[in-house]
Design a protein around this ligand. Structure first.
Ligand code: URA
Length: 222
């Protein structure tokens, strides 16, 4: 919501209070039902950009809808926007994003613009904390709709938060990474999150193996 709009609402509320009103019926914000979301990516984007269903909308600068090829065969799903993503409204453009771009372009040998990149939550959790189950439950219908519309053949879950919320499985990422999992009529491969790889460079070898597997699967389906 624009700052001027917020100020207008606040002004009206103060006016009501001054006129003697002391109580307002609480407004219930409905959770987006997956079935009711539009089948068109641009229509969906408009809805997501004006979402206020959780508290992350109060602290965000920009909603990070996701970007890339709307017909991508390969989709990456991260956890949630960080500071640079919040500033720019684009996914994976900070340090972790630069590493992800290298993973895509140097190992998979495809252009970043040929894949679609999204997140479990579309707004930045303050101080980059892990999104709460409440925040995820409000936001994840948008991701599932994105998956349905884009219809990628392969989804790469980046890190444990992404894997857990996509599949409902709590297996640690270190145990499940590199596995080829059947998921909603497509393939899901979990691997380490690029931020984790920046903190633990020795794990890049394993991530590299996962990427080679993804590359092989991509060749098979093309
Ligand atoms: N980390 C994420 O999980 N997503 C982004 O978009 C950026 C960093």
């Amino acid at each position: 919501m624009a700052q001027t709009q917020k100020l207008k609402i606040l002004y009206n509320l103060y006016q009501q209070q001054w006129l003697g009103e002391t109580y307002m019926n609480p407004i219930t914000l409905k959770q987006p039902s997956h079935d009711k979301l539009p089948d068109d990516l641009e229509e969906l984007r408009k809805i997501v950009l004006s979402c206020h269903l959780c508290d992350l909308s109060k602290t965000r600068k920009n909603v990070v809808f996701g970007e890339g090829n709307p017909h991508a065969k390969l989709m990456f799903v991260g956890e949630g926007p960080g500071a640079t993503e919040d500033e720019t409204g684009r996914p994976f453009v900070g340090r972790a994003g630069q590493l992800l771009t290298k993973m895509i372009e140097n190992v998979l040998e495809i252009s970043r613009s040929d894949v679609f990149i999204a997140n479990i939550v579309k707004c930045r959790p303050p101080n980059n904390r892990v999104p709460t189950p409440e925040e995820v439950s409000k936001c994840i219908p948008y991701l599932f709709k994105q998956i349905e519309i884009i219809n990628p053949k392969i989804i790469v879950a980046l890190g444990s938060t992404s894997y857990k919320h996509l599949t409902g499985d709590n297996t640690p990422i270190s145990k499940i990474r590199g596995e080829v999992i059947q998921f909603r009529n497509r393939i899901l491969i979990p691997t380490f999150h690029p931020s984790f790889l920046l903190r633990n460079p020795s794990k890049k070898k394993e991530a590299y193996q996962d990427l080679l597997k993804i590359k092989e699967l991509l060749c098979e389906i093309s």
